[in-house]
Structures are given as C-alpha cells and as structure tokens.
Design a protein around this ligand. Structure first.
Ligand SMILES: *Cc1c(COP(=O)(O)O)cnc(C)c1O
Length: 229
C-alpha cells in the first residue's frame, strides 16, 4: 500500500522530471498539497514527509484546520485556493498566509483592512479566467492590470502573481494555448512588479505542460491524499 509520504515523493519526482525536460530548476516549482476535505491526520502525515505548503478550498474547514495545527505545526504555510464571498473575507485575512483566488477589488480592499497588523502581509495571486468561460471565476486577461494596480497599493497585501484553473480538456493543443497565454500574462506582470514571482497553475493531470509554461506552483490533491467523497 502506498502512503501519503510515498505519494509526495512521487509527486516531487514528477515535478523534477518535468522541470528537467524543459531545462528548468525543479527548485523553482513548489508543490502545494491540496488537503481539502481530508482530515488533520493526513496533513500531519504529509508534514512528516517534509511537506509545508497546504491548500484549502472551504473557508470554515480551512479555518478549523489552521487553528487546530497552529501551535503544534507553526511553520505550515496555508494557502486559500477556493472561491471566497466577501462576507467571509475576515476569516481568510486572519488565518491564511496566501490567497490564490483574488478576482474582485472589493475583496482585495476588505482583506487589506482585515489583515491583522501583527501578521505579514497576505500573499495574493490574481485568479485569471483565460478561457473567459462564464461558469468560471477569475478576471479576464484585460482586467489583470487594473486589479494588480489596486493590490499593489494596499499595504497589507503583497501581489505575488497569477493563478488559473485552465479548461478541463483532453485537447492538448487547447491546454498548451491557455498555458502559453497565462505564461505571457505572468511575464508581463513580473516586469511591472518586483514582488511578482508566482504562477500558480497545473494540477495532477497537466503538471508537465504547466511546468513547461513557467508554472512555479502546482496544486495537487487527489494524487497525494486519495480521492474525495
Ligand atoms: C481541488 C483543487 C485542486 C486539486 O485537485 P486534485 O484533482 O485533487 O489534484 C487544485 N486546485 C484547485 C483550485 C482545487 O480546487
């Protein structure tokens, strides 16, 4: 039977292989372990295998996990990667280190106001909806600059980059086209802001293509923790 530790090591080798295939240094790519719906024990097992960055999607569940592990595992870096309604922003501002799915000015302003003074600024990525699918959240490519300018002026937020969930498709050409578009947007943003160093894109199935297109953070859940109910 494979353990969580085995599966983290497999994910790390996949990242290393993908990076090597496109002559990148695998240290440029962080593995974000997506622990949504999984119990605290699974997070502790992953931590024991050296994993430090964890992604959560649901506000309430995420808050409970951060609080439960804050004393015993203070060096975990918590990333919020789910949809956020503005009335729940305080929980994210108070408990998380990163927020990947920022796409509204109103939420940026609230997170900035609600971020406690004794914490580092909240590290944020703008979520981009490159395919412009109405069903998906995120700003369009054209709106990235406007939101980036707003975030850059907020002292309790640090703009780190872009995040995307590209179209789920078997069509590798479409996948490459979307990843290439995100890579270009990211490189443009990086030229404008010194704080920008993160392209959060790629999951288990498209990790290699994402890394080929400059991803610096891949978000992997099922391949580490098993399928979700
Ligand atoms: C759930 C989730 C993942 C991980 O998905 P898996 O298929 O379990 O690897 C990555 N990114 C986001 C935004 C998610 O919601």
């Amino acid at each position: 039977m494979t353990t969580i530790a085995d599966r983290i090591s497999i994910a790390q080798s996949q990242i290393a292989q993908a990076a090597q295939n496109c002559s990148r240094n695998s240290e440029e790519v962080t593995l974000l372990a997506v622990s949504k719906t999984k119990p605290i024990e699974d997070i502790i097992a992953a931590y024991g295998a050296g994993q430090r960055c964890f992604g959560e999607n649901y506000v309430q569940e995420g808050e409970e996990k951060v609080i439960a592990l804050s004393q015993s595992h203070p060096d975990i870096e918590w990333h919020f990667i789910g949809p956020l309604q503005s009335n729940k922003s305080r929980i994210i501002a108070e408990h998380f280190d990163w927020m990947h799915t920022l796409s509204r000015e109103k939420i940026a302003t609230r997170l900035n106001e609600q971020r406690p003074d004794d914490k580092l600024p909240l590290q944020v990525c703008i979520q981009v909806n490159v395919s412009n699918e109405a069903s998906k959240s995120g700003v369009s490519s054209e709106e990235v600059n406007h939101l980036a300018q707003i975030i850059d002026k907020l002292p309790h937020l640090t703009l780190r980059g872009l995040m995307a969930i590209p179209t789920a498709t078997e069509d590798v050409n479409l996948q490459r086209q979307e990843f290439a578009q995100l890579e270009n947007l990211y490189l443009e943003l990086k030229q404008q802001y010194l704080s920008v160093d993160t392209l959060s894109m790629g999951m288990s199935s498209d990790l290699a293509i994402a890394i080929e297109h400059g991803s610096t953070m891949v978000r992997i859940g099922t391949a580490i923790f098993g399928s979700r109910a």
